[in-house]
Design a protein around this ligand. Structure first.
Ligand code: NAP
Length: 304
């Protein structure tokens, strides 16, 4: 069996195109431009790159972006004052605080300060609480898990009644993904580092969401034939020459690296019914859903 590939790049582009069209309609109608404010604390190069790509996406879709940057030694009070300022700024539709913040900052306190109507990352306790409660709707769904479910639905995978296994229970991916699947009437098992017989649990899954950050840990023989496999993992590994030695980049003189997921793609694609590649699967969906959430924030604030 060869799985049907779920093309996250293509589906993310469709989401972005739809958002751009809605933004253009709003602008033509004289409504406020949806605007995303990002808050970066410290100098982590990966965080700076993520924030830059979010600002670039805003520009490409005709949205506004405001980029706030505090030094690594910023105090809790400075971060909180900045979030309060952005909450009060009527030009700002959505606020994204880039995680992780430096260790001395209490992230939970900062996230709980974000106005729920501007919480486009969906991480405020109120949004997550609503996601966890039957009959309640969060204003915003966290972007990566939202992207995972969107991909399943676009691929035509039936979620209702399915046995779903989520590998990982982080606040940003595993746990909200599990809550979303429960909300869509799947029967969900959440696995983590203390789970016994992981392969045995995964073999029961009609739907597998892997978000553990462990290079290609999920093997082909863990996958139930025909299952839908969503691989959230992003892991960097060295590229090898045919003789097994590390390949060296001619440009930089450094060993070449490539990205792989938490699932052994080559093995899993022979067993699964649907599978997302890495890169080009869940990754592009995260920013696309952030853009969709920022548009939604602007729409929510229209009625204020
Ligand atoms: P995280 O906060 O480190 O959480 C990892 C989870 O996996 C934890 O719940 C941990 O269990 C579990 N785990 C770790 N090793 C395990 C093992 N050997 N067996 C079973 N469970 C294990 O990671 P995260 O932030 O959720 O990210 C997960 C992966 O997704 C990473 O590769 C990350 O780069 C990627 N990611 C991708 C996107 C995207 O846009 N595509 C977005 C976010 C994250 P415990 O709770 O017991 O420690």
């Amino acid at each position: 069996m060869t799985a049907q590939l779920i093309d996250g790049k293509l589906i993310a582009q469709q989401v972005r195109d739809n958002v751009a069209a809605e933004v253009a309609k709003r602008t033509a109608a004289g409504k406020q431009k949806p605007t995303l404010a990002t808050v970066l604390v410290g100098e982590r190069p990966d965080s700076a790159a993520y924030v830059a790509s979010k600002g670039k996406a805003c520009q490409e879709l005709g949205m506004g972006s405001i980029s706030e940057h505090l030094p690594a030694d910023a105090t809790q009070e400075q971060v909180e004052t900045l979030v309060r300022k952005l909450n009060a700024d009527s030009q700002v539709s959505g606020i994204l605080v880039q995680l992780p913040m430096p260790a001395h900052i209490n992230e939970e306190r900062v996230l709980s300060l974000i106005n729920i109507e501007k919480d486009v990352d969906g991480f405020s306790p109120l949004n997550i609480g609503r996601l966890a409660q039957k009959g309640r709707e969060p204003l915003f769904v966290p972007c990566t898990p939202y992207g995972c479910i969107y991909l399943l639905e676009k691929a035509g995978v039936k979620i209702e009644g399915a046995n779903a296994v989520v590998l990982g229970r982080s606040n940003i991916v595993g746990m909200p993904a599990a809550l979303l699947l429960i909300g869509k009437n799947a029967t969900v098992t959440v696995c983590h580092s203390r789970t016994k017989d992981l392969p045995g649990v995964v073999r029961q899954a009609d739907i597998l969401i892997a978000a553990i950050g462990r290079t290609q840990m999920v093997r082909g023989d863990w996958i139930k034939p025909g299952a839908a496999v969503i691989d959230v993992g992003i892991n960097s590994i060295p590229v090898l020459n045919p003789d097994g030695t590390p390949a060296i980049s001619e440009k930089t003189g450094k060993p070449k690296q490539k990205l792989v997921g938490d699932v052994n793609f080559e093995e899993a694609k022979e067993v699964a019914g649907f599978i997302t590649p890495v890169p080009g699967g869940v990754g592009p969906m995260t920013i696309a859903m952030l853009m969709a959430n920022t548009l939604r924030a602007a729409e929510i604030q229209d009625s204020k």
